[in-house]
Design a protein around this ligand. Structure first.
Ligand code: PGA
Length: 248
């Protein structure tokens, strides 16, 4: 376990299986001539996971789900848990994305249980934290992020591998990106909350309107270990420059 550069494509509710498969094949082809140390991760819709998994066929791109059940199996209609994701080669899972917190009522406890379910199930949770604009304006950004993160840390055994993503809610899908200084400040804060050992070993990604223009400055910061990309990840042509910007 160590801090590595990670760039994640979060498709959200976009790209049908066939589209996601073609995207994956195009991305593999594009990266073939540009070997790098960066861990590139694709998070498609659940139903596209088998198609993307088949297209990856051993390529150096990791597969992620966008959510996970807190349970393992049983009478939980509509849920998908770790063994079902592992079956298709998923390595990562996004948990606590602000859209799930805001639109689907996931609170810190649910997010923490999902992160624990991922860890116990052999997946690496990409734990999303971030404040709303009102919270930032009230000067509560750090306390909100700390509360969200501590809930997860309290549930996951010391030594379990997690990735953290700082995603200010006001920057997601809005075209507004946190300044490099604000993002760095929060990333350093998150590292102190993680504690010395965990902080040294946990990749902290930035997310929120990352694109080809904003990625170079964000990713050149020593405190920003990668990016969680939504809109700009939907086309290989707009995702590739972000992967390239990470090769620092
Ligand atoms: P965005 O989404 O890049 O479209 O802002 C990021 C995310 O929600 O993970």
């Amino acid at each position: 376990m160590s801090r590595k550069t990670v760039i994640v494509a979060n498709f959200k509710l976009n790209l049908l299986a066939e589209e996601a498969k073609n995207y994956t094949l195009e991305l593999i082809e594009a990266l073939r001539s540009e070997p790098s140390e960066t861990t590139v991760v694709i998070a498609p819709v659940y139903t596209a996971i088998p198609a993307v998994s088949g297209a990856l066929d051993g390529a150096h791109i990791a597969l992620a789900a966008q959510d996970i059940a807190a349970q393992v199996s049983g009478a939980f209609t509509g849920e998908v848990s770790a063994p079902f994701l592992l079956e298709f080669g998923c390595r990562y899972v996004i948990v606590g994305h602000s859209e799930r917190r805001r639109l689907f009522g996931e609170n810190d406890e649910i997010v923490a249980k999902k992160a624990r379910a991922a860890v116990d199930g052999g997946l690496i949770p990409i734990v999303c934290v971030g404040e709303t604009l009102e919270e930032r304006e009230r000067g509560e950004a750090e306390s909100v992020v700390e509360t969200q993160l501590r809930a997860v840390l309290d549930h996951c055994p010391e030594g379990s591998e997690i990735v953290t993503a700082y995603e200010p809610v006001w920057a997601i899908g809005t075209g507004k990106t946190a300044s490099v200084e604000d993002a760095e400040k929060m990333h350093r804060f998150i590292r102190t909350v993680l504690g010395s050992e965990r902080g040294d070993n946990t990749s902290i990604l930035y997310g929120g309107s990352v694109n080809a223009d904003t990625a170079p400055a964000l990713l050149s910061s020593a405190d920003i270990d990668g990016a969680l990309v939504g809109g700009a990840s939907l086309k290989v042509a707009s995702f590739l420059p972000i992967i390239r910007a990470a090769a620092k």
